[in-house]
Design a protein around this ligand. Sequence first.
Ligand code: CS2
Length: 494
Amino acid sequence: MSRLNFAALAGLGSAIGTPRYDARRIAIGIVHLGIGAFHRAHQAEYLDDVLALEGGSWGVCGVSMRSADVRERLSPQDGLYTSVEKSPAGTRRRVIGSVREILFLGEERPQVHARLADARTRIVSLTITEKGYCHDPATGRLNFADPDIAHDLAHPGEPRTALGLISSALDARRTSHGEPFSVLCCDNLPHNGAMVRGLVLAFAGARDPTLANWIAEHASFPSTMVDRIVPATTKADISDNDAVLGVHDAAPVVHEPFKQWVIEDQFVAGRPAWERVGAELVADVAPFEAMKLRLLNGCHSTLAYLGFLAGYEYIYQVAARPEYVTLIRRLMAEEITPTLRVPANVDVAAYRSALVERFKNPALPHRTQQIAMDGSQKLPQRLLGTVRDNLAAGRSIDLAALAVAGWMRYVSGSDEAGRAIEVSDPLAGEFARIATAHSGDPAGLARGLLGLRTVFGEDLPADARFVAKVTAWLTALYAEGAARTMARAVGAAG
Ligand code: CS2
């Protein structure tokens, strides 16, 4: 089978969308660090729409930080790939043209540095996942003990981390042409722009305070709220797509119809007209971000841990169970929503109902284990902020505490039948040590895990209400299993 590329576009069936502009002529204006499925299904699709409307020099140079895989898939196909939208209403496919170059840092470092230093690069965006920021999730501060950060401070010309790359690129720009860029974080972190700004300034300040001052004065770090459910692409997704296209696409992305992007309008070197293609450019992203992280991601993680423990492989299977739907509906209405500053013009009840429907999408199997990974990096913004706000206000923390206990049961490393769980997390080694030390003792396990300060901070392990709730739920999960504990939680609480 021949490969998807520019030459193949004309031969695709009329049901397949193709770029409505000459992608070959689009110059690069954005360097994106972490060119995974989420970027390709979200920001790159918005850009494809902007380019179709008004052209412009906003093509993407996608950089892979750790593996050559994406470059090997995309480069032979001129950066083109299929965006596959799936829902019970059917499947729609379109080829995206906005990714114009793909580089792998490990093998093309000089080209990556040159792109970042080039004054024509006006935005550097990122989807490097939570752990890519080398920060302490509980405080949002830079973790100077991280070996990659230590490496990058010792070798500023050969950075491995995004923070190191951004700092050295801004340094090169400061000392050559003096033009800054905007840093656009598109990861699910709270106050993501402000947080990344703090991390870059901390890193750059440790290298050279003059550089940090220059960055603080010239660069900008708009916050964003990004939303679209994009499960990892499977082999079956690739072969199904090939059969429809009639050519081989090694890098399709599969996603739901819904997408949302709320962006703080703070760009120092211009930006694409995203507002013309459905993005919301606002002065303050914080209320949107909290709503999305706590409602969507908080419930996603809850369903992932408690669903996995009860034996479900996919989120849509968990969301087909009435007791799980009751659990997240109540968690959202009773515990999360009271903590939110709901943005004007948002109907939060409708937003919550739409989330439940999105989780139910049977056309888009999303593995519970994919969402369960890296919980140490996700829990603070997804669930623990809600817990803190409710503790401070004297409100209930019951269901959020059950979700945290579900995470604890999961990271203990063996399931209800005693089979090993493959726990993927930067703290997996610590979890294993704690679980071994407290085997057969749920209260000890809860105490041990609550001692992880980078997850729980100093305050939560000292809060008797939180400790008691989490311990009681974890004990129940061991004694009764997830399915019965869940049923009891929604029955008893109802
Ligand atoms: C998910 C998110 O993998 C996860 O942890 O909760 O990737 C989620 O699908 C997106 O944030 C939806 O916008």
